[in-house]
Design a protein around this ligand. Structure first.
Ligand code: NOJ
Length: 552
C-alpha cells in the first residue's frame, strides 16, 4: 500500500464511548468498536480516528489525560487496543489515535507533583507546567472556551501560584520550554507507535509555547518542536501519519505542513463554515474565496475536510457578520449555540432534507482534501441540544430500532448518555439496520459516494479548477489527475437551475455520470448546458475520446 495512503483516504471519526457497548455497562468500549469493523469496511472508509481513550476524569471527554500510557477502564485495556488494531489491519482499515500534547488533566500525576511542594517528586516536576505569580502575563492571548472560562490563568492554592491553560481550568498546559516535557511527549508517541497505530490526530497544535507580546499561537518555537516530533516519528515508525488540529486561517495553517517535514495533514477549518454559508445563501462565492486563499501544499501533504465533528461547529474562522448570519440561520435557539459555534449535528442543521444532506456530502467528497465523516452522520443522526456542553452531538450510535438503539444491553438509565428520542431522529426512524436494508437510504448513498471516490485518484490527488457557471448557485469544478478528468457540478440552491458551464476544452465527447453509470448527452465544444434539479449534484467523468486537452 502506498506510503501516502491518507491522500486518498476517507476517514471515520468515532467516539468509542458512543459507538458500541460490548459488556452491557452502558458505555461504548474498544471490543464494541472492534465488533463493528465489518460495518465500517462495508461502508468503505479507510481509517478510523478514535477520540481519546486514555485514562481521564472525562471532564473533557478524554482531552483531559491523566495517564498517557494506558487505556481508560471504561473502554477496556491495552490488549483491547492491540486486538482492535490487528482486526482493523486484517480488514485493510487503519487506526488513528489522539495525541494531546498541549495540556493534561489536573489529575495527571505530573501536575499533582508539580502543584504540591510537599510531593516527593515535586523537584522533578516543578517546571512541567506554566506557572506564574501573576495572572497578567500573556494578556494578548484569546480565551477559547468563552462560555466557561473567564481567564487563561487559574490559581492553585497548594502551590500559591497561577497556572496557564488554553482550555478548561482543569486542563493545565504543559511547559514546552522544559526539555523534560519535550522528551516526555515523544515517549508518549513512541508508546502508541509500539502498539501499532497508523497515525495520530494531534490536538490543539498552535498553543504549545507562550511568549509575551504575542497571541501565543503558531509561534516559531511551536513549529520547531512539531518538526522534531515528525522527525522522531519518521525515524521510529516510518509511515505513521500526523494530522494536526490547528483552527486557523489557511495562511497560518500552511506552516504546519512545513516543507513537507511537519504534518502530513491539517484540518481545513475555514472551509467548513463556508460550505454551510454557500448552502444557506445558494452562492458559491464563499467557497471560491476560501479556496483562492488556500495555498498549495508541499508534496505528500493533504487537507482533512469535514462537515461536522465531535465539537461545536466552530465559527472562529469567519467575520462577525458572517457568524451572526450563520447563527441566525442554523442556530436560531440559544441552546444551539456554544462558545463561537453551533452544537448541532449535520442532519438537524440541514433540516433533515435528504437532498441537502447529499449535496453537502457531495461537496465534502469532491472538493480538495480527504473527507472525515463523523460517526452517525452517514445515517443522518440527530442531536440533543438539552445535554451539556458538546454532549448533544455525542449520543449513542443508532444501530437498530431495538432497546437502546442496539448500542447497549444496559438499562436505559445506565447509559452514559440518553439515546436520541424524538419522532424524527429517534432509532425507530434513524438506524443502521433499516438503512442497510433499504437500497435507497442515505447510508447507501454515502457508501456509493465513498466507493466511487475511491475508484478515482483525481479526488484525493487531482488538480482543482473552477469551471465558469452562469449561475452563482452552481459550484462546478474540474478535478484532474494522470490523464483522468472529472467534472463536478453542485446546485447549491433549493430551486432548479438552468446553467451553462464554460471551460476551454470542454469536449464534445460523452460525459459519464459516475454515480448512476449513465451517459449525459454530449456537450458542444467548450460549453455544457444543464438543467439541474434543486440541490442536484453530478460527478461526471469526461470521456475525452477525441483527445482534446482540458484546461479549466
Ligand atoms: C480540541 C478538541 O477537539 C476538543 O474536543 C477539546 O475540548 C479541546 N481540543 C481541548 O483538548
Amino acid at each position: 500500500m502506498s506510503h501516502d495512503w491518507y491522500r486518498d483516504a476517507v476517514f471515520y471519526e468515532v467516539f468509542v464511548r458512543a459507538f458500541a457497548d460490548s459488556n452491557g455497562d452502558g458505555i461504548g468500549d474498544l471490543p464494541g468498536l472492534t465488533s463493528k469493523l465489518d460495518y465500517l469496511r462495508w461502508l468503505g472508509v479507510d481509517a478510523i480516528w478514535m477520540l481519546p481513550i486514555c485514562p481521564s476524569p472525562l471532564r473533557d471527554d478524554g482531552y483531559d489525560v491523566s495517564d498517557y500510557f494506558d487505556v481508560h477502564p471504561d473502554y477496556g485495556a491495552l490488549a483491547d487496543v492491540r486486538r482492535l488494531i490487528e482486526e482493523a489491519h486484517q480488514r485493510g482499515l487503519r487506526i488513528i489515535v489522539e495525541l494531546i500534547p498541549n495540556h493534561t488533566s489536573d489529575q495527571n500525576a505530573w501536575f499533582q507533583a508539580s502543584r504540591d511542594p510537599s510531593h516527593p517528586q515535586h523537584e522533578r516536576y516543578r517546571d512541567w507546567y506554566v506557572w506564574s505569580d501573576t495572572d497578567q502575563k500573556y494578556a494578548d492571548t484569546r480565551i477559547i472556551f468563552l462560555d466557561y472560562e473567564p481567564s487563561n490563568w487559574t490559581r492553585d492554592a497548594l502551590r500559591g501560584q497561577y497556572y496557564w491553560h488554553r482550555f478548561f481550568h482543569h486542563q493545565p498546559d504543559l511547559n514546552y520550554d522544559n526539555p523534560e516535557v519535550q522528551r516526555a511527549m515523544l515517549r508518549v508517541v513512541q508508546f502508541w507507535m509500539d502498539l501499532g497505530v497508523d497515525g495520530f490526530r494531534v490536538d490543539a497544535t498552535p498553543y504549545l509555547y507562550e511568549r509575551e507580546g504575542t497571541s501565543c499561537e503558531n509561534l516559531p518555537e511551536t513549529h520547531a518542536y512539531l518538526k522534531r516530533l515528525r522527525k522522531f516519528v519518521d525515524a521510529y515508525a516510518p509511515g505513521t501519519m500526523l494530522l494536526s488540529e490547528a483552527n486557523q486561517w489557511p495562511e497560518d495553517v500552511r506552516p504546519y505542513f512545513g516543507d513537507g517535514d511537519e504534518f502530513h495533514m491539517n484540518f481545513h477549518f475555514p472551509l467548513m463554515p463556508r460550505l454551510f454559508m454557500a448552502l444557506a445563501r445558494a452562492d458559491r462565492t464563499p467557497l471560491v474565496q476560501i479556496l483562492a486563499r488556500t495555498p498549495p501544499l508541499p508534496d505528500g501533504c493533504q487537507w482533512a475536510t469535514f462537515l461536522r465533528c465531535h465539537d461545536e461547529l466552530t465559527l472562529e474562522m469567519v467575520t462577525d457578520e458572517e457568524r451572526q448570519f450563520l447563527w441566525d440561520f442554523y442556530a436560531p435557539q440559544p441552546r444551539m449555540r456554544l462558545n463561537l459555534g453551533i452544537r448541532r449535528r449535520l442532519a438537524p442543521l440541514l433540516d433533515n432534507d435528504r437532498a441537502r444532506l447529499e449535496l453537502a456530502n457531495s461537496l465534502l467528497f469532491t472538493l480538495p482534501g480527504a473527507p472525515v465523516i463523523y460517526y452517525g452522520d452517514e445515517i443522518g443522526m440527530g442531536d440533543n441540544i438539552w445535554l451539556d456542553d458538546r454532549d448533544g452531538v455525542r449520543t449513542p450510535m443508532q444501530w437498530d430500532s431495538g432497546p437502546n438503539a442496539g448500542f447497549s444491553a444496559a438499562a436505559p438509565d445506565n447509559l452514559y448518555a440518553p439515546v436520541i428520542e424524538d419522532s424524527t431522529y429517534g432509532p425507530q426512524q434513524v438506524n443502521v439496520a433499516n438503512q442497510q436494508a433499504a437500497p435507497g437510504s442515505l447510508l447507501h448513498t454515502m457508501r456509493r459516494m465513498i466507493g466511487v471516490r475511491k475508484q478515482h485518484s483525481a479526488f484525493g490527488r487531482g488538480n482543482f479548477a473552477w469551471v465558469e457557471a452562469d449561475s452563482k448557485a452552481v459550484a462546478a469544478y474540474l478535478r484532474s489527475h494522470d490523464g483522468e478528468r472529472l467534472l463536478i457540478v453542485n446546485n447549491l440552491s433549493p430551486h432548479p437551475q438552468s446553467v451553462t458551464l464554460t471551460a476551454s476544452g470542454l469536449p464534445s465527447a460523452a460525459l459519464l455520470d459516475l454515480l448512476t453509470g449513465e451517459y449525459l448527452p454530449s456537450s458542444q465544444q467548450g460549453q455544457l448546458a444543464l438543467a439541474l434539479h434543486p440541490y442536484q449534484y453530478l460527478w461526471l467523468k469526461i470521456q475525452d475520446t477525441l483527445g482534446y486537452g482540458l484546461h479549466g
